[in-house]
Design a protein around this ligand. Structure first.
Ligand code: AMP
Length: 214
């Protein structure tokens, strides 16, 4: 199987090839086609399965880069995880020079509030606490054009008690977003929590191979 079978743009295929990604991992095969069509997704997959690219690829493919608007938000439970997602997204900038990303985590220069003349990020990656702080400070974050929301490591987000913050965030969105959820485990309590965002009859996309590089 090649990335070409997903009907991705030649620009994306070249970008992935340049990063050494020629064929999709199992979770990417399950998630990318559905995510490109705008569907909600709940996926059970471990770190190392290629799950980050399973959401980055369709998000970047569907961005309107000529619009100076924040179109996707990726929420991760810890600063380290958010930074890792950011580091996987950064190499796309080489092929997408107009792409702007912003990391919102504590203790980072990059989390500072927007200064005048600063470019609006197309994609925001951050932890719930920092994102909520940015939301309260209304001058710093305009989420009225966000069309995709990613909850990464959703089981950890729940364990750390972050769903209260996520609820505030979700309610603040102007449009009903596409929601992409990734989690290593998928216990009952988490499924119940997710219904609010993805509907009650969701299918869980399962990863059949554990690592992307096997
Ligand atoms: P994850 O933590 O699940 O996002 O997995 C990240 C690791 O998977 C990184 O080392 C990526 O470089 C690698 N990866 C992502 N997609 C692919 C792919 N299609 N083929 C090979 N490796 C990949």
């Amino acid at each position: 199987m090649s990335f070409k079978s997903f009907n991705l743009s030649p620009q994306m295929i070249d970008c992935l090839a340049r990063q050494g990604y020629l064929s999709p991992s199992s979770i990417q095969t399950r998630v990318i086609p559905k995510a490109l069509r705008g569907g909600n997704i709940v996926a059970q997959s471990e770190t190392g399965s290629g799950k980050t690219h399973a959401f980055l690829i369709p998000i970047i493919e569907n961005l309107q880069l000529d619009k100076n608007l924040t179109q996707a938000i990726i929420i991760a439970p810890t600063r380290e995880l958010a930074k890792q997602i950011y580091s996987f997204a950064e190499p796309f900038k080489k092929d997408y020079p107009r792409l702007h990303l912003r990391l919102f985590v504590a203790g980072q220069e990059k989390e500072r509030t927007f200064r005048e003349g600063m470019l609006v990020p197309h994609i925001i990656i951050g932890t719930p606490t920092r994102l909520k702080a940015m939301l309260i400070d209304k001058t710093s974050l305009d989420i009225s054009n966000v069309k995709t929301l990613v909850l990464d490591e959703a089981d950890m987000l729940m364990e750390m008690g972050y769903f209260a913050e996520i609820d505030i965030f979700y309610r603040a969105l102007k449009m009903t977003p596409q929601v992409l959820v990734f989690s290593a485990t998928m216990e009952f309590n988490l499924r119940k929590r997710l219904e609010k965002y993805v509907g009650a009859d969701f299918v869980i996309e399962m990863d059949d191979v554990k690592t992307a590089r096997t």
